[in-house]
Design a protein around this ligand. Structure first.
Ligand code: SAH
Length: 344
């Protein structure tokens, strides 16, 4: 008999299960808290449940269906987790702490590999395997909490894959993070490479979390050279749909822009970008390119980065430069590229 997986179940499902086993709703609530708020590693740690209830749970259930295959810790405290899925595939997540903040931010995956093929991204080199199921998205956070004994406070959907191509599971997972893990909508960010129908759908549903867009280019010409998605969803159309998104939701979006030496980092590029996004309710997050063996691109000099930032600021944009985290363990942006299992 296959065991029931606990992490991912909602309260009603846990109640139905416990009642079926002759237990009370109250016991189900205790179980629920152990999974989502305390995120214990195993059933034996659920100390307010009787030994016989725990024995029953051990026989009938498992905490999660995915497992931590490997964990690497960077000198800056960033941790990269490699998860093994029940079909032998792998995916990854990253946990970041920022010294001066109590925040604990987890960067999670929505797909195994990625189908988008951005020329600068290591994950793209893996190709696409499959979408993650809701449980597999949820369990990344459960396992990180169980492993560290800490509560994740912020979630960014910036790991492997394109979240808006796994829309149903994306939205279902956000609902569970909000309701069951009690992580506020405003502490959740979804990053997309620019899937226009997905953005429009989020606008229609009055999306409450932050939308980040990997724009990475000042115009269609540059964008289509580095991001194949631009051939299908063109620059001007994308900006239009983002504008509509901000108007419909009233929310500010984040524009992500990876600075790559000689590709999109010139003064002209900055000016053209500023012109194109000036009317868009947005902040800009500049990401210094993370060099990796799989790609020939280089990062710009500090001087070039500052100039680029200054031009956007002079045009009235709020600009942040994203700190590089966990580069020494290949956990920085665009570096998530776990090897697949031997049987593939
Ligand atoms: N598919 C989504 C989610 C991935 S988020 C999206 O495209 O937004 C990962 C972010 O890291 C994206 O903004 C991606 O463009 C960026 N990235 C990829 N490779 C990178 C690299 N080598 N250095 C810095 N950022 C990179």
């Amino acid at each position: 008999m296959e065991k029931i997986t606990l992490a991912g179940k909602n309260l009603q499902e846990l109640e139905a299960f416990m009642i079926d086993k002759g237990q009370s709703k109250f016991r189900a609530k205790q179980l629920y808290n152990w999974i989502y708020l305390k995120s214990v590693k195993d059933i034996d740690s659920m100390t307010d449940l009787s030994i016989s209830v725990r024995e029953m749970l051990k026989k009938e259930t498992q905490m999660s269906s995915i497992s931590i295959k490997d964990k690497q810790v960077s000198h800056d405290g960033t941790m990269k987790y490699l998860f093994e899925l029940s079909d032998g595939n792998f995916t990854e997540a990253v946990l970041m702490r920022f010294d001066n903040r109590a925040n604990l931010t987890a960067c999670i995956s929505t797909q195994v590999g990625c189908p988008m093929g951005c020329s600068f991204c290591a994950t793209a080199k893996l190709g696409f395997k499959r979408n993650l199921q809701v449980d597999e998205i949820i369990q990344q956070i459960y396992l990180i909490q169980a492993d560290t004994g800490l509560k994740v406070t912020n979630i960014v959907y910036m790991g492997q894959g394109e979240p808006l191509l796994n829309m149903e599971n994306l939205l279902a997972s956000i609902k569970i993070f909000r309701e069951q893990f009690q992580i506020g909508a405003r502490r959740i960010t979804v990053s997309t490479c620019g899937i226009i129908p997905g953005i429009n759908k989020l606008a229609e549903m009055d999306f409450q979390s932050t939308l980040a867009i990997s724009l990475h280019a000042p115009n269609q010409q540059v964008r289509k050279d580095i991001m194949p998605v631009a051939k299908k969803y063109e620059y001007d159309e994308l900006i239009k749909s983002l504008k509509q998104y901000t108007e419909m939701t009233g929310r500010r979006i984040t524009i992500e822009y990876v600075l790559i030496k000689g590709i999109n980092d010139s003064v002209e590029n900055a000016k053209e970008l500023a012109k194109n996004i000036i009317k868009l309710k947005s902040n800009v997050n500049l990401i210094v390119y993370n060099e990796n063996e799989k790609s020939p691109y280089k990062k710009p000099t500090g001087d070039t980065i500052q100039k680029f930032k200054y031009i956007l600021e002079a045009a009235g944009k709020k600009v942040t430069i994203r700190l590089e985290r966990g580069a020494d363990i290949d956990a920085a942006c665009g570096q998530l590229s776990a090897k697949f299992s031997a049987k593939d």
